[in-house]
Write a protein that binds this ligand. Structure first.
Ligand code: PLP
Length: 422
């Protein structure tokens, strides 16, 4: 067996031998430990070779269909959707068939060659996106899309200041992390690639002070996801759009979490009546297949030269087939209408038990609780309902698949009603 390179490494997580004892243990939802036949849980097995950087929930799905997670001994309704990714739920027959067909036809080719499936995915996405955003650059993750958006903004304006909004999240890479509120906890790079100012959320006055002739771009989430599904005030957003226009700064709308139907329209931008210069999206876009997209205006597209941006895997055929399929299913199955109906149902029935109010848009919702959200989340999980938490300790976050049905929400409402209020 390899020896650890440094004494530090031995101290992190259970050692392989030391883990033998853990092999007999199984974590239950309540966090209690039960004994099971000498099998390590997936969590224990992961700890052997995976960097221990994630807090994890005490369930271990082995398969999933629709919006149900099969965790072996229990079936869990998934109102979290793998961080908003599972837009069409799990094992959707149209998605599975399309992915398999694409894998059999053309599994991979890079951007060194043109592909019909890439052209079709870009055309489908551009038609689905808000007017004026007709040109696409494909990537692999939300952070990568934002990184490229910020790079373009600095290059096109020649400016070195970027403005973001307090409590926003944009990803973990150098530029995306620089504009993420509170990133100093994990940022770790010695310096940021540009100067950053944060506008007080919903304060037009703060926006007026911070957006000026040195501003390359303003980046914002219209519905701040990780902050707890907080939808920005439309007047504030309109004010920012106008300040960007007057000062020649680009408006970047980060729809990594809010986009692709989640807010009951193709994009949250459609709810706000603004025209971003750049829109980024990911998560739901591939329905679980890793991918992202940056959409830009004709003006920005005209300025692009070969070599400006690049990505080995971005725009690969499997991802492109998934993007095209996800959008087609959303349209054919009227899922935007379903999102609006289920959202209204949640608002009408889930202010009960510990929940005092609902915030957010569509199926990007925050349930504000009278007591700590983590405790409510754990209690719901004991009742086989999975929801998320958020940066706000009193807000439960819900990002269920867009195929959510009425009876799922009925179960959530009944479970919440049965929980203690305070
Ligand atoms: C609004 C927003 N932007 C960017 C990101 C980063 O996306 P990724 O984790 O795919 O890099 C996230 C991830 O949660 C997000 O919610």
């Amino acid at each position: 067996m390899k020896q650890p390179a440094s004494p530090h490494l031995e101290q992190r997580g259970p050692s392989r031998e030391g883990n033998a004892a853990l092999h007999e243990q199984h974590l239950t939802v309540a966090g209690a430990v039960t004994t099971e036949m000498n099998q390590p849980t997936a969590r224990q097995a992961e700890a052997q070779h995976l960097l221990q950087v994630y807090g994890q929930l005490p369930i271990e799905p082995v398969s999933a269909h629709g919006i149900m997670l099969d965790c072996g001994d229990r079936q869990v309704i998934d109102f979290y959707g793998g961080h908003a990714v599972a837009s069409l739920g799990y094992a959707h027959p149209v998605v599975v068939e399309a992915l398999a067909a694409q894998a059999h036809t053309l599994f991979f080719q890079s951007n060194a060659v043109a592909l019909d499936i890439r052209a079709r995915a870009a055309a489908t996405l551009a038609a689905f996106a808000p007017d004026g955003l007709d040109t696409v650059f494909f990537g692999n993750s939300g952070a990568e899309a934002n990184e490229n958006a910020l790079r373009l903004a600095c290059r096109l304006t020649g400016r070195n200041r970027v403005v973001a909004i307090e409590h926003g999240f944009h990803g973990r890479t150098a530029a995306a992390g620089a504009v993420t509120w509170g990133s100093e906890k994990w940022y770790a790079f010695p310096r940021r690639p540009f100067d950053v100012d944060f506008i007080v959320r919903d304060s037009v006055e703060s926006a007026r002070k911070l957006i000026g002739e040195n501003t390359a771009a303003v980046i914002l989430e219209l519905v701040q996801g990780i902050a707890g599904a907080v939808d920005l005030d439309p007047e504030f957003v309109g004010g920012i759009a106008e300040l960007c226009r007057r000062n020649g700064a680009l408006l970047i709308v980060d729809e990594v979490q809010s986009g692709v139907g989640r807010c009951g329209q193709p994009f949250a931008t459609d709810l706000y009546g603004i025209r971003p210069d750049i829109l980024t999206t990911a998560k739901a876009l591939g329905g679980g297949f890793p991918c992202s997209a940056m959409l830009v205006t004709d003006d920005i597209a005209a300025s692009a030269r070969p070599g400006d941006l690049g990505s080995t895997f971005g725009g690969g055929p499997l991802a492109c087939r998934m993007i095209q399929t996800v959008i087609e299913v959303i349209e054919q199955d009227n899922l935007l209408e379903n999102v609006r109906a289920r959202s209204a149902q949640i608002r009408a029935s889930c202010v009960t038990g510990p929940v005092e109010s609902v915030q957010g848009r569509g199926l990007l919702l925050g349930l504000r609780c009278r007591r700590p959200a983590a405790a409510v989340r754990n209690e719901l999980l004991e009742k086989n309902i999975l929801v998320g938490t958020s940066a706000d300790p009193h807000v439960i976050r819900m990002l269920p698949p867009l195929i959510l049905e009425q009876h799922h929400v009925d179960k959530l409402a009944a479970a919440l009603a049965a929980l203690p209020e305070d």
